[in-house]
Design a protein around this ligand. Structure first.
Ligand code: PAF
Length: 302
């Protein structure tokens, strides 16, 4: 097995499907004294994913990207089957960034017959997306734990767009003593503010013009909540009305929570973030935003 660390678009991308091959490749690099970063994804790669890859490329000698549409984190079969997939297109993007290895296992390699174990992080998983999508956070924690243990990298990269996921993964890694550093990367947005997401591909052109209202509303609410002087309840109520007027229906949640342990907050008196999940037709969009002057750090606690 060979892999190239050279920069440039021409290098062919090594694609592995078996856990044993992944282990062998990463262990070989680490034995040779090279640092390894992993970027777990479900494919349909966009600039948000590529920002994670670039950060890994900056930090690490070798970069592994995984593409695995993890069935156990989907609570609706229609959502799983509609999830966009195009491995050849994704592989070309990764090759252009000189990724060293793509790990894209089949479902039965990750969850062979008889598979039973789940990893759950109660508390952090019980609110927001975890409450609305039963089993979702457990599915994420389980597959991320498996990918980290399969590869044993030095660092793993996650976007702040899925902020609850980021906190759940950090907690899981700490609690299970998995020897990897979790790196957070800021949300990448379109020029109109829409957070990049694989689900944006599913928006109709009319919905795509409505979608930036999600971030606009978050920004307006964050400005009003700044400093913690104003109680959140009325502000959030008005935000829900604005989202409904912009065409979002239903709104799964629009909440102010602590940036470290996700406790609900009445005011942005300590490190705080706004979290939203809402639907445009059949497409569920999520976003979150730090409240300035709430004492929030730029990144969640390491
Ligand atoms: O954020 C995602 O794409 C997924 O939840 C992840 C982390 C790759 C686990 O399947």
């Amino acid at each position: 097995m060979t892999a190239s660390a050279s920069e440039g678009p021409a290098a062919p991308l090594l694609t592995l499907r078996r856990i044993a091959e992944l282990r062998e490749a990463v262990a070989g690099w680490r034995r040779a004294g090279e640092s390894v970063g992993i970027v777990p994804t479900m494919g349909a790669l966009h600039e948000g994913h590529l920002a994670l890859v670039r950060r890994a490329r900056d930090h690490c000698d070798r970069v592994v990207t995984t593409i695995f549409v993890n069935p156990i984190q989907f609570n609706r079969p229609d959502d799983l089957s509609a999830y966009p997939r195009d491995e050849a297109r994704d592989a070309a993007k990764l090759a252009a960034l000189s990724v060293d290895l793509l790990f894209a296992p089949p479902v039965e390699e990750v969850y062979p017959e008889g598979y039973q174990t789940r990893v759950s992080v109660p508390g952090l998983s019980d609110c927001l997306c975890g409450a609305v999508r039963p089993g979702h956070m457990e599915g994420v924690a389980t597959v991320v734990a498996k990918l980290l243990l399969q590869s044993l990298p030095d660092r793993a990269y996650f976007g702040e767009k899925d902020y609850q996921q980021l906190l759940v993964v950090r907690r899981m890694v700490r609690d299970l003593d998995i020897p990897v550093r979790i790196e957070a990367v800021a949300t990448v947005r379109e020029a109109d503010g829409l957070a990049l997401s694989s689900r944006n591909l599913l928006l109709t052109s009319a919905q795509r013009t409505q979608a930036p209202a999600l971030f606009r509303v978050l920004q307006a609410l964050a400005a009003r909540l700044e400093g913690g002087a104003v109680p959140a309840q009325d502000v959030l109520e008005q935000g829900r009305a604005e989202l409904a007027a912009a065409g979002f229906e239903p709104i799964d949640y629009l909440e102010l929570r602590g940036a470290e342990s996700l406790e609900p907050l009445d005011r942005a008196e300590r490190p705080a973030r706004l979290f939203v999940a809402a639907w445009l037709g059949a497409v569920r969009l999520i976003d979150n935003l730090e409240i300035a002057n709430s004492g929030a750090s730029r990144h969640p606690p390491a």
